[in-house]
Design a protein around this ligand. Structure first.
Ligand SMILES: *Cc1c(COP(=O)(O)O)cnc(C)c1O
Length: 382
């Protein structure tokens, strides 16, 4: 390799290692080591088409994809013979898929989702030309049930397509599935489709004692989960739905020897392998431990802020701690996501107590300096 190339690559690796160390604002598990499967990157893998239809083409990882999907089906309490799903390019593709199915099933359905929904939901509405009524949010980021009920009662003659946020992007709020079903029933909406955007919390909630039950034992129709919590060097995710819905939309494509059930054509063959390896190396119990640990550490961060009278918020069963914007320097250093006067830290596996303590120390120091400057300015004025 020429020196120039080696140097540039070396610098880049150093830079991303450094950035990974202070990465707190976005929900990515950065603790994973996939060196065991690195050799697979010398091969082209493409899972184009349906994960359950064996194509003529041999360079794919369907056997791993199917095992990953079976794990998620169990976690979401849907029997093997009733479910369908695939490994997606991320939470967004899962949301697009859910909205696509819903539109195919209820062409004149109206989509309801709160204003705190991920931007991929309004995008899906535009792509698939679904009428979208945006529901107000409560201050904690949860959907407003009153406003939802009001909209439902005005549109009684139309099927309802509902996107529920199982952990909103910004505040980590969980929309209450039971309340939403109750409202649909109360207004005798027979035709409805419930999609759950569980991008982040989808791999946390099922492991927590006393957490809201979001799974196929209730009348939900699809769930999108991102690999954020699992941790993956390549963005990916999983979407799950009922087999009966997919059978309505599939078409056989002779050229690929598979059915065209997915949003994308060519699909990443390495990400199923990554997810499979993650599941094998950590197992149900390992993931459960990580989920509980992240929740505890988020509560720890929240308490540390509260103890210091620093304005902050944390939803139940969430790892997203929202607090008042600190200086631009801290926002940059810790890569905090900011919105209006707020920022958040999403407590993932790589945000341990030591890192939280370091952050709090830096925040406290900054506040103290800020207050001293303010005092001095006041003295100068008086
Ligand atoms: C991150 C996120 C998404 C999108 O997932 P990607 O994997 O980035 O495509 C969707 N919904 C929610 C709630 C998210 O937090």
């Amino acid at each position: 390799m020429p020196d120039r190339v080696a140097k540039k690559l070396g610098n880049f690796l150093q830079e991303i290692e450094q950035r990974s160390h202070f990465h707190a604002g976005y929900p990515y598990n950065l603790t994973c080591d996939y060196s065991e499967i690195i050799k697979s990157f010398n091969f082209m893998l493409n899972n184009a088409g349906d994960p359950y239809v064996e194509p003529d083409f041999g360079l794919h990882s369907r056997q791993f994809e199917q095992e990953v999907l079976s794990f998620f089906a169990q976690l979401y309490k849907i029997p093997e013979n009733k479910f369908w799903g695939y490994v997606t390019a991320g939470g967004t593709e899962g949301n697009l898929y859910g909205m696509f199915l819903a539109r195919e099933i209820y062409p004149n359905g109206i989509l309801y989702s709160s204003e705190d929904s991920h931007y991929s939901i309004p995008k899906a509405a535009r792509l698939f030309r679904i009428e979208h009524q945006v529901v107000d949010s409560q201050i904690n980021g949860e959907i407003s049930y009153d406003h939802f009920e009001q909209l439902i009662s005005q549109n009684r003659d139309y099927p309802a397509i509902v996107n529920l946020n199982i952990g909103t992007t910004v505040k980590g709020a969980i929309d209450n599935l039971d309340k939403v079903i109750e409202i649909l029933d109360r207004h005798q909406i027979k035709n409805y489709y419930i999609h759950c955007d569980a991008a982040l919390s989808g791999l946390i909630l099922p492991f927590l004692d006393g957490a809201p039950q979001v799974n196929f034992q209730k009348p939900i129709d699809s769930v999108a989960i991102s690999a954020k919590f699992m941790g993956s060097p390549l963005p990916c995710g999983v979407v799950l739905t009922k087999k009966k819905w997919v059978e309505r939309v599939e078409t056989m494509i002779e050229y690929i020897g598979s059915t065209d059930t997915t949003i994308l054509g060519s699909r990443n063959g390495h990400t199923p392998l990554i997810l499979w390896y993650a599941l094998q190396s950590r197992g149900y119990n390992g993931l459960a431990r990580e989920a509980k640990n992240c929740i505890q550490n988020a509560q720890y961060l929240f308490q540390q802020l509260q103890l210091r009278g620093y304005p902050c918020m944390l939803n139940n069963f969430s790892t997203t701690v929202v607090f008042k914007k600190p200086s631009q320097r801290l926002i940059k250093k810790w890569q905090l996501a900011s919105f209006e006067n707020w920022v958040h830290i999403v407590v993932m596996q790589n945000i341990d107590r030591e890192k939280i303590d370091t952050f709090i120390d830096e925040l406290v120091l900054e506040q103290r300096l800020f207050n001293q400057v303010k005092d001095l300015q006041l003295q100068a004025v008086t």
